[in-house]
Design a binder for this molecule. Structure first.
Ligand code: CMC
Length: 377
């Protein structure tokens, strides 16, 4: 009897997790038991990293100490800066993948997969990630990389290293919320990729490199970039209807809509929707939000009955764009937010490991006669 094929592993439970809970029908997301709405409105990315890695919210002194460790670990080795310089013409997400891989050479814990060492590496990778992205971005513009500023928080320092000046509080908070919303999301494709790497007992750097590679695709982390490109193509709210109809009628997809798990609105989207609107108004560019909401409130309404709603990436791109971040950096920002989630998934995998090795049903030819090359026509 032919086996049942679970294409795309859709609806397959791979394991148990204490990382995040997702109710796709309700549109509910919890990290370690805490609602994403509370975390987005009341927490900080530093606190969420702690929560994910250690399983509980920190006390004031625990957070102070943890934040100090993050800040102290932002500097990347000169050799890695040289490598980023060598690959400066590459797409930023490729440079980030290369940079993380290169960091392995300078990490004394690289092959230690104990929980303590994996947390230490996760903290270092989370802390150094923004430095990799900002350093590559400056090198590709012919600019000197900025040294990390220990007086700024994680997101503020990232913007500082990208642009060479301290961001205002609102910009820092916007990015902080964005990192929180992207930090963890169950068995999504990139976390699954990271888990597969960990399940072979490969190390955290390899698993995170795998996660970055999987995230790159437009069906996953690449959507925010595609949404903003679409908004720029549309250019004006009046053109949105015709543009979207043409795209959908020709079998195309509106990026930033749809999700494998959410059949209701992605709960992360709400926090970026309101912030995108406010930022657009503040910057004197309400048109991007108008284009996006036209697509959401008019064009895509019939798709709701099929469970297709906006996802986290729909409004993210407009925020990055308004903050002056080039569109090819959008996936890297997603990756920087997701490093703690990937690390946590790897820790869970190491702690109760079984090699992830599914089966493929063979559908090719059988028992062909081998003809030596010189006799083939
Ligand atoms: N626009 C129009 N139609 C869509 C869309 C969309 N964005 N998404 C799904 N559909 C349709 C699709 O055409 C298909 O229709 P039919 O049954 O007639 O062939 C049906 O919905 C099911 O699509 P699917 O690809 O089989 O479903 P999936 O669960 O594998 O899709 C998805 C999930 C994210 C790949 C898909 O919704 C998509 O391609 N969305 C656009 C890309 C995107 O925004 N990705 C970011 C995901 S959120 C960030 C993250 O966590 O990675």
């Amino acid at each position: 009897m032919a086996p049942e094929i679970m294409k795309g592993l859709k609806d397959v439970y791979l394991d148990t997790t204490e990382s995040s809970f997702i109710d796709g029908q309700e549109g509910k997301l919890l990290y370690r038991g805490y609602n994403i709405h509370d975390l987005a409105e009341k927490s900080t990315f530093e606190e969420v990293i702690y929560l994910l890695l250690y399983g509980a919210l920190p006390t004031v002194s625990q957070l102070q100490e943890f934040d100090g460790i993050l800040r102290a670990n932002r500097i990347i080795p000169d050799e890695v800066i040289q490598i980023l310089d060598l690959v400066k013409t590459s797409h930023p997400i490729d440079a980030l993948r290369t940079g993380i891989s290169a960091l392995a050479a300078f990490d004394s814990d690289v092959n230690d997969n104990s929980e303590e060492a994996t947390i230490r590496k996760a903290v270092r990778l989370t802390a150094m990630g923004p430095t990799l992205v900002a350093t590559h971005h400056r090198l590709r513009q012919g600019l000197e990389p900025m040294a990390p500023n220990p007086n700024l928080n994680h997101s503020g320092n990232f913007m500082y290293m990208l642009f060479g000046e301290e961001p205002d509080e609102e910009t820092t908070k916007l990015l902080d919320v964005d990192f929180i919303l992207h930090a963890e999301h169950g068995a999504n494709a990139s976390a699954f990729g990271a888990r597969v790497a960990a399940s072979t007992l490969s190390d955290l750097h390899s698993a995170v490199v795998t996660g970055v590679g999987v995230l790159k695709g437009p069906a996953h982390g690449g959507a925010a970039e595609e949404v903003m490109k679409m908004a720029l193509d549309i250019g004006n709210p009046e053109n949105a209807e015709e543009y979207a109809r043409k795209l959908l009628d020709s079998g195309g997809r509106i990026m930033g809509f749809g999700h494998r798990v959410y059949k209701a609105e992605d709960p992360r989207a709400r926090h970026l929707r309101e912030r995108s609107r406010k930022l657009g108004e503040k910057m004197g560019h309400p048109e991007w939000f108008q284009i996006l909401t036209y697509l959401e409130d008019k064009v895509m309404v019939p798709y709701r009955s099929r469970g297709i709603f906006v996802n986290v990436d729909f409004f993210a791109g407009s925020i990055y764009y308004l903050l002056g971040i080039p569109d090819d950096l959008f996936i890297s920002i997603f990756a920087l937010g997701r490093i703690p989630g990937w690390a946590l998934q790897c820790i869970e995998q190491y702690n109760d490991n079984m090699l992830i090795r599914p089966l493929l049903e063979y559908s090719g030819k059988m028992d062909l006669e081998f003809i030596p090359i010189e006799q083939r026509g």
